[in-house]
Design a protein around this ligand. Structure first.
Ligand SMILES: O=c1ccn([C@H]2C[C@H](O)[C@@H](COP(=O)(O)OP(=O)(O)OP(=O)(O)O)O2)c(=O)[nH]1
Length: 150
């Protein structure tokens, strides 16, 4: 199992569990909002929320993804302002969550509420090789729906 170093940047987090896998099959660890008071988001409003944690992946063979929580996104309209957060292996700063109320009603986030999830994923690095033309292939120039398939 890969190891990620974590710094607890805010003493209030000492009373709360670190992000963890809720079940043996969970792919993500829930992330909690470090807030002094409830945060009210009007429809369309977006706020950068602290986690109070710095997670240093270190190994460039991995990256972190911050993803919405399904229930929160579907039922309360709370998703991420950047849709998906990409956490680089060399990032050592505080993990921040862009919380966006995409819904039509005002939503309140409570301090330490679980607002997103963190998934560690493997990363492949590609080297770009400039060529004059590609080998004959079955795909032409089309894209964005040009294949004619639905
Ligand atoms: O939801 C997110 C997304 C990113 N980050 C941190 C980790 C990431 O490694 C760093 C930079 O993110 P990214 O490269 O996506 O942002 P950018 O807008 O291109 O900023 P930068 O100029 O800092 O690279 O910000 C977060 O804390 N939360």
């Amino acid at each position: 199992m890969p190891r990620i170093e974590v710094r607890i940047l805010d003493p209030r987090l000492k009373d709360h569990p670190l992000p963890h896998y809720a079940t043996a099959g969970s792919a993500g660890m829930d992330l909690r909002a470090l807030l002094d008071a409830p945060l009210t988001l009007a429809p369309g409003e977006c706020e950068l929320v602290r986690t109070g944690l710095a997670l240093h992946i270190k190994d460039p063979a991995y990256a972190g993804l911050v993803l919405p929580r399904s229930g929160l996104g579907h039922k309360r309209g709370i998703v991420l302002g950047n849709l998906v957060g990409l956490i680089d292996a060399d990032y050592q700063g505080e993990l921040m969550i862009s919380v966006w109320n995409r819904g039509l009603e005002t939503v309140t986030i409570e301090p330490f509420e679980r607002i997103a999830q963190y998934v560690l994923v493997p990363v492949l690095k590609a080297e770009l090789e400039v060529v004059e033309s590609f080998e004959a292939s079955t795909r032409g120039e089309g894209g964005f729906g040009h294949s004619g398939r639905h």
